[in-house]
Design a protein around this ligand. Structure first.
Ligand SMILES: [Zn+2]
Length: 280
């Protein structure tokens, strides 16, 4: 008898263990479906714009290797989480039974999403930021792509070509930098307002604040790029001066422009200082 009861107990605990395992597998499958869907969407979007067909593997590799210092580690981690649907927004809070945190109350959107934050929200500074990025690109004479989640998550695969199909290395770097820095800054601003400022509508970032933050981020990248051309410091890893020049040629520098017209307005403060030794 004891043996039978023990057998039953064992069967029961096995059944429970099996159920738990099945739930875990279901969860994993759901995650995988999200990842797979985002990967497909990203690769298809990039192919639609650049004409180059990438595999999900090449997207992973581009995010991990971060060739030529074009993408920051922070953006790469952000894009990686984005592809996995791992950011704690909207749907995540519903699953976690914290429904109060799911909506974007400012916009009256019941379930916030990365798409909402990066492309639609009125509190995240996205409109101002994408406009700045588009304008900074205007001088390149190449087309500015329609910004979508696919372009944001696949920024590492964006490239710009000449009419003869030859890749423009500098401009390809620039478009990757503009898209990745812009998307990441929108995410930061959204988090500051929602978490630090507790969604207080009186503490929204002003247009001027958003603009200053964007120029500071872009000029920081411009300065780092020039600093990375130092062969003595970086040896074979150093960036080629020609590539860096081609990257930034035509991108206005508000600090220089304002100095030139004598308004004395300095945007970006300390971070827009250039590395020593560069000819102005
Ligand atoms: Zn919103």
């Amino acid at each position: 008898m004891i043996g039978t009861a023990g057998g039953k107990l064992q069967t029961l605990s096995q059944a429970l263990a099996y159920r738990a395992l099945r739930l875990r597998i279901q969860e994993k499958m759901k995650d995988r479906r999200t990842t797979g869907r985002n990967m497909e969407l990203t690769c298809a979007t990039i192919e639609g714009i650049t004409g180059v067909n990438h595999t999900p593997e090449s997207l992973w590799v581009s995010l991990h290797r971060r060739k030529k210092f074009t993408l920051t580690q922070k953006y790469s981690a952000f894009a990686w989480r984005g592809i996995h649907g791992a950011q704690k927004v909207g749907e995540y809070w519903i699953q976690a039974k914290k429904e109060d945190w799911a909506p974007c109350e400012y916009c009256g959107v019941p379930i916030e999403s990365m798409q909402h934050i990066l492309l639609e929200c009125k509190a995240s500074g996205q409109e101002v930021i994408w406009d700045l990025a588009r304008r900074a690109w205007a001088d390149t004479a190449a087309e500015w792509p329609p910004i979508s989640m696919g372009v944001i998550l696949g920024a590492a695969l964006m490239e710009v070509k000449k009419e003869d199909g030859k890749k423009l290395r500098g401009k390809s770097r620039l478009i990757q930098i503009l898209i990745s820095e812009s998307a990441y800054l929108i995410w930061l601003i959204r988090n500051e307002w929602r978490i630090e400022h507790e969604q207080d509508p009186r503490k929204l970032h002003t247009k001027q604040e958003v603009e200053n933050r964007w120029w500071a981020a872009i000029n920081k990248r411009r300065n780092i790029d020039w600093a990375l051309t130092n062969r003595r410091a970086y040896g074979r890893k150093a960036l080629a001066k020609k590539d860096v020049k081609n990257t930034w040629d035509g991108v206005p520098d508000p600090k220089v422009r304002n100095d030139a017209v004598g308004t004395g307005v300095v945007v970006g403060r300390a971070s827009s200082r250039r590395p020593p030794g560069r000819n102005r």
